[in-house]
Structures are given as structure tokens and as C-alpha cells.
Design a protein around this ligand. Structure first.
Ligand code: S3P
Ligand code: PEP
Length: 449
């Protein structure tokens, strides 16, 4: 079906005030459905993110035999097929815009004796799949992929799973939780021990949840690398799960409240897993006022309420070591940097070029279009901030979002801190990760009379 864009203008607004709870964590939501589908019996999930990406994972798992339903009270029930129990789907699995669905499901399927076609939207079809094809091929799966730009292997593709698959030891060539998780999920139905070596730690939700479902997972550290060993073919036990709020969704409100004068906003139930919470530390180093209230644990993950008050920001040099813990938050950090006093320098962001869009090029163009001063390098942006002066906004131009939800939401935040407002070309991709973003933003930002 051809995609019909929905343009939208985000205008300057008054202070953000009150209290909100952002929707469930996208990464944890995908994993709770996937591991629920691999358990025998009923897993119950509350707080699941009902965004298009997660719904694509649910539809895929249903097509392969899991029974997944939603109760009127918002609780999801997953009746799993057990490790090794996936069935051949009747038609292609459509992952939509979701890299996480694509790569995690490819891993899951790779050690089942089934053949599956995978498809996705125009954005997903440009993203590199060789990074999961390589290790999954070593495990015995075979692939017929579509050729992408510069010799990459892309969607649509056909995956013929291996049964039995071969356990491997795989050292991640790039910091990617999706690749790590794909290999571990393939390892579930593989006899013996599958090992992933992670030189740079990435989000660890898969590891936490695999243990929670009863898999045997040994994690050690050697020379700064994490070594994760999964014993194959466990019987996973169904769980009652609560998904914490998504720090990547909270990020837009954290930055918006920091930038708009007079703001005092509390964001409840935000996941604070150290492998995800890098943005809070970087914003604090820039001068942000973010208070952590009632730190606690929800569903095996650290969580807190965040009280964010307006503060003037200063540009900094962002340590490349924090990149994996805030990889999806850079687009909105760039907006914060554009309004800070002085220069913000970012490096080590090569992975941003292979997300829903090339987020370095897309954000450099978007910020320039609203009057910011930006220099793009191979692996980062250097941004010379206005020192708090509002950005000009889009005059007669529309920001190109390239089917990228994070660009649309980041530029919506830029609109709040602009003089003339910011018009983005398409807000529909926001529904992939944060369907209620616009209504929540309106609820906490009364328009100036
Ligand atoms: O594992 C996950 O749930 C995710 C991992 C990250 O991708 P990479 O593994 O490609 O870095 C992140 O950008 C994505 O939004 C979600
Ligand atoms: C990169 C993202 O997601 P995915 O890889 O699942 O498409 C994101 O949500 O920013």
C-alpha cells in the first residue's frame, strides 16, 4: 500500500507542567512477547507498548503459532509454543518499520526447521541485515536477501532455518543489542552453548529476561568485554511481566521541559537501566535539572520518576563511550545542543547512519533548516548552540523525516523552542514507538493565548 504522509506543524508553547507516564519500553515489549512465545504456558504482560513495531512482532509470532491476545484492561496474554515449537507461517512476515522485529525474529527463526519470508517498509528495506545474516549463517541457516546499496544485504529476504543449528562463539563486530539478541535467540533452540562476546556493552534486556524465564545464562567479563554463554534448549517458564516506561520516549519530554522556560514536569515510571540511561548523565553535564525520585525495580529493571525543570544548557564534548547507552536519544540531544550556549561535539555515532534514516545526515539537514549551525563529520555532529535564543523554525520548508519516528519527535521538540514553529513532513511514523506522543505533548503544553 502506498504510504500517505501526514504533515504537522509544532508551534512554540508555554511551559511543560504536570505529571505524565510515558508508554512501555519498546525493547522490553518486543522481548516479552518473543520469550512468552518460547515458553510453555501463559505469560501475562502489563504495560506493553502498543506501538506499530511491537504489534508487528505480535502478528509475526501469531503467524508462527503463538496465541497472543489483549484483554480489555490492557493486559496481554501469550500462550507460547515452547522452544523449538514455531510453525511455518502461511505468508510473509511483515516487520513494517521495525529493525528490532526484523533482527530478533530472524534470530528466533534461524534455529527452527522452517522457511520464512521477511518484508518491511521502505525504511526497513534499506537497513543492513548482513550483520545478522553472518552469525546466523555460521549457525547453519541459509538466506536469500535483496541487494542493497554498497553491497549490503537487505529485505525482502527468505530465511531457511537450520535444525539442528550449530552453536557458535560470536564476537560482535559492532555494538548492537539487536545482533546480540538475534544470536542468543537462535541459541535457544540450538543444542550446546552459544556464546556472544560483546566488546562494548549494549542494552541488556535480553539477558535479564532470558534469566527471568529460566534460561541458563553465564555472563563474565574479560579484558573489558562481556562474554555471554547461553545453554541451549531450556524449557522456559511463563512469567507475569510488567514493562517499565521507555526512557527513549521519555527523552523527548526531558529535553522539551529542559528547553522551555518555566517548565516543571514529572515523568513517572521511566526505565533507568544503566545500559539505556546515558542521556540523563549527558544532559546533567550540560546543566540540566533532572531529579530522580523513588528509584525502584519494575519487572527486573531499575525505574524512577524524573522531575525535570527548565535549565540553561552549555555545550560539551560527549564521550563516545556513552553512545550505546543513549543511541536512539542522539536526535533529540542534537536539538538540546542547538539551544545550548557554546559548542557540542559528538563522535562515535557511525551506527546512527543505519537506523530508520541516516540520523546524522537527517538531523544535520533538519537543524540547518530551522536556523541552527551544524557541521557533519563522518561519525558525528558538531553543533554551535544559540545560547537559549529560540531557533528560527521552518519558514516555507518542511522537515524531511524519512520515515523516522525519532526525527519527527525531535523536530516537534525543536518546534516548541522555536520562534515560528516547525513543520515536519510526516508524523505517521511516530505511531511505531509512541502513538500518544502528540496528545501527551498538547496535554502538558498550554498554548500561549
Ligand atoms: O535491541 C533493541 O531493542 C534495540 C537496539 C538498538 O539497535 P541496534 O542493536 O541496531 O543498536 C536500538 O537502536 C533499537 O531502537 C532497539
Ligand atoms: C532504531 C530504532 O528502532 P528499530 O531498530 O527497532 O527500528 C529506534 O526505535 O530508534
Amino acid at each position: 500500500m502506498p504510504h500517505t504522509p501526514s504533515p504537522q506543524t509544532f508551534r512554540p508553547a508555554g511551559p511543560l507542567r504536570g505529571s505524565i507516564a510515558v508508554p512501555g519500553d519498546k525493547s522490553i515489549s518486543h522481548r516479552s512477547l518473543i520469550l512468552g512465545a518460547m515458553a510453555v504456558g501463559e505469560t501475562r504482560v502489563s504495560g506493553l507498548l502498543e506501538g506499530e513495531d511491537v504489534l508487528a512482532t505480535a502478528a509475526a509470532l501469531r503467524a508462527m503459532g503463538a496465541d497472543i491476545t489483549r484483554e480489555d484492561d490492557g493486559t496481554w496474554h501469550v500462550h507460547g509454543v515452547g522452544v523449538g515449537g514455531l510453525l511455518q507461517p502461511a505468508s510473509a512476515i511483515d516487520c513494517g518499520n521495525s529493525g528490532t522485529s526484523a533482527r530478533l525474529l530472524m534470530g528466533l527463526v534461524a534455529s527452527h526447521g522452517i522457511t520464512v519470508s521477511f518484508t518491511g517498509d521502505a525504511s526497513l528495506s534499506k537497513r543492513p541485515m548482513g550483520r545478522v545474516i553472518d552469525p546466523l549463517s555460521l549457525m547453519g541457516a541459509s538466506f536469500t536477501a535483496s541487494p542493497g546499496a554498497n553491497g549490503t544485504q537487505c529485505f525482502p529476504l527468505m530465511l531457511e532455518g537450520a535444525h539442528p543449528a550449530v552453536p557458535i562463539t560470536y564476537r560482535l563486530p559492532m555494538p548492537s543489542a539487536q545482533v546480540k539478541s538475534a544470536v542468543l535467540l537462535a541459541g535457544l533452540n540450538t543444542p550446546g552453548i552459544t556464546t556472544v562476546i560483546e566488546p562494548v556493552p549494549t542494552r541488556d534486556h535480553s539477558e535479564r529476561m532470558l534469566r527471568g524465564f529460566g534460561a541458563q545464562l553465564d555472563i563474565t567479563e574479560e579484558d573489558g568485554a562481556r562474554i555471554i554463554r547461553l545453554t541451549g534448549q531450556p524449557e522456559l517458564q511463563p512469567q507475569d511481566l510488567t514493562v517499565p516506561g521507555d526512557p527513549s520516549s521519555a527523552a523527548f519530554f526531558i529535553v522539551a521541559a529542559t528547553l522551555v522556560e518555566g517548565s516543571d514536569l514529572t515523568i513517572r515510571n521511566v526505565g533507568m537501566n544503566p545500559t539505556r540511561a546515558g542521556l540523563v548523565g549527558v544532559l546533567r553535564a550540560m546543566g540540566a535539572d533532572i531529579e530522580e525520585l523513588e528509584p525502584r525495580e519494575v519487572g527486573g529493571e531499575p525505574v524512577a520518576d524524573l522531575r525535570v525543570r527548565h535549565a540553561a544548557l552549555k555545550g560539551i564534548e560527549v564521550d563516545p563511550a556513552v553512545v550505546p547507552s543513549m543511541v536512539d536519544e542522539f536526535p533529540v540531544l542534537f536539538v538540546a545542543a542547538a539551544l545550548a550556549e557554546g559548542t557540542t561535539l559528538t563522535r562515535g555515532l557511525d551506527e546512527l547512519r543505519v537506523k530508520e534514516s541516516d540520523r546524522l545526515a537527517t538531523m544535520a539537514a533538519a537543524l540547518e533548516a530551522v536556523g541552527a549551525r551544524v557541521e557533519e563529520s563522518e561519525d558525528g555532529l558538531t553543533i554551535h548552540g544559540t545560547g537559549g535564543e529560540p531557533l528560527r523554525g521552518t519558514a516555507n520548508a518542511r522537515i524531511k523525516t524519512h520515515l523516522d519516528h525519532r526525527i519527527a519527535m525531535s523536530m516537534a521538540v525543536a518546534g516548541l523552542a522555536s520562534r515560528d514553529g516547525v513543520e515536519v513532513d510526516d508524523v505517521s511514523p511516530i505511531a511505531t514507538s509512541f502513538p500518544r506522543f502528540e496528545s501527551m505533548l498538547s496535554a502538558v503544553t498550554p498554548r500561549p493565548a
